[in-house]
Design a protein around this ligand. Structure first.
Ligand code: C2E
Ligand code: CA
Ligand code: CA
Ligand code: CA
Length: 274
């Protein structure tokens, strides 16, 4: 018994030690990832549910390190913790807009969604950076959607709300990401002050039982508030039909397409734009 416990403790220390080493290694390499051309964006289509017409693309960050892909689920928290998220976030914004502008002419109305960390949003220069970049690139602000997670609305509201308002005044649309996983109750949805609500994949996964109540409720409130609703992580035709029945406006997920490399985009869009 004793020996077993000792073994457990040693194992725990060992895995913790390895985790710390990996985190240090990744944070070291992440500092130079932009300059070393290790970052790239992939784009996942967002479709109108009724027609399945592609209306937008979500930019998702990828990091290829020494031939291996490191997941953003692992490196975004490191970027946030070690102070790289602001520069990486600006790179994402610029790269996403630029890539969209190089697509063929028929894609003129596609929107681009980027994920923005709460740390970026807390930066008082963020709005200025965004405005300057859009002007520089001549990128229509109404085509930019900024996705922020629900936790943003749980913390220190006033400064963040000011930032969000400023972005909306530029005609940028704000989307609350992973909706339902965080702190807000359905009641607090009334005054979110966002344009788009993206329902988290976990509810889409169980749309055939407990998930459908949530989706119905979110839909109802959104309709009264004028929010557009997106369902993420849609993988099956069954889910598509159910979400259509409920009246969710936009759908995103592997059923339609995995995130696409830039080289695949024009080809995909050529076949899927209406
Ligand atoms: P997210 O914003 O919720 O993005 C959706 C994630 O689900 C993406 O994972 C996407 O590839 C994946 N996904 C999309 N459709 C399906 C589906 O049908 N089934 C399944 N199983 N998965 C699907 P990814 O690309 O690994 O990104 C993970 C998270 O990393 C994102 O979650 C987001 O929170 C963060 N992230 C990615 N890029 C950025 C970025 O540029 N900036 C920031 N701050 N965070 C980012
Ligand atoms: Ca997102
Ligand atoms: Ca999401
Ligand atoms: Ca999610």
């Amino acid at each position: 018994q004793k020996r077993l416990e000792k073994g457990k403790v040693r194992f725990f220390n060992e895995s913790l030690r390895l985790q710390i080493i990996r985190e240090r290694f990744l944070s070291d390499r992440l500092v130079t990832a932009i300059d070393d051309n290790e970052l790239r964006l992939v784009f996942q289509p967002i479709v109108k549910s009724k027609t399945e017409e592609v209306v937008g693309l979500e930019a998702l960050l990828r990091w290829r390190l020494d031939g291996e892909e490191v997941s953003p689920v692992e490196f975004i928290p490191i970027a946030e913790q070690y102070g790289m998220i602001k520069s990486i976030g600006l790179w994402v914004l610029e790269e996403a807009c630029q890539q969209i502008l190089t697509l063929s002419k028929s894609t003129k109305n596609l929107t681009v969604s980027i994920n923005v960390s709460i740390i970026q949003l807390q930066d008082k220069d963020f709005v200025t950076h965004v405005r300057r970049l859009l002007t520089q690139l001549k990128f229509e602000p109404s085509r930019l959607h900024i996705e922020i997670t629900e936790s943003v609305f749980a913390t220190d509201k006033s400064t963040l709300m000011t930032q969000i308002k400023a972005l909306q005044e530029m005609n940028i649309e704000i989307c609350i990401d992973d909706f339902g996983t965080g702190y807000s109750s359905l009641a607090s949805m009334q005054n979110l002050g966002v344009d788009i609500v993206k329902i988290d994949k976990s509810f889409i996964d169980k749309i055939n039982n407990s998930g459908s109540n949530i989706v119905h409720a979110v839909m109802q409130i959104s309709q009264s508030m004028g929010y557009q609703v997106v369902a993420e992580g849609v993988e099956t035709l069954e889910q598509v039909n159910k979400l259509n029945e409920i009246g969710v406006h936009f759908l995103q997920g592997y059923y339609f397409s995995k995130p696409l490399e830039v080289e695949q985009l024009n080809n995909y869009l050529g076949n899927h734009l209406k």
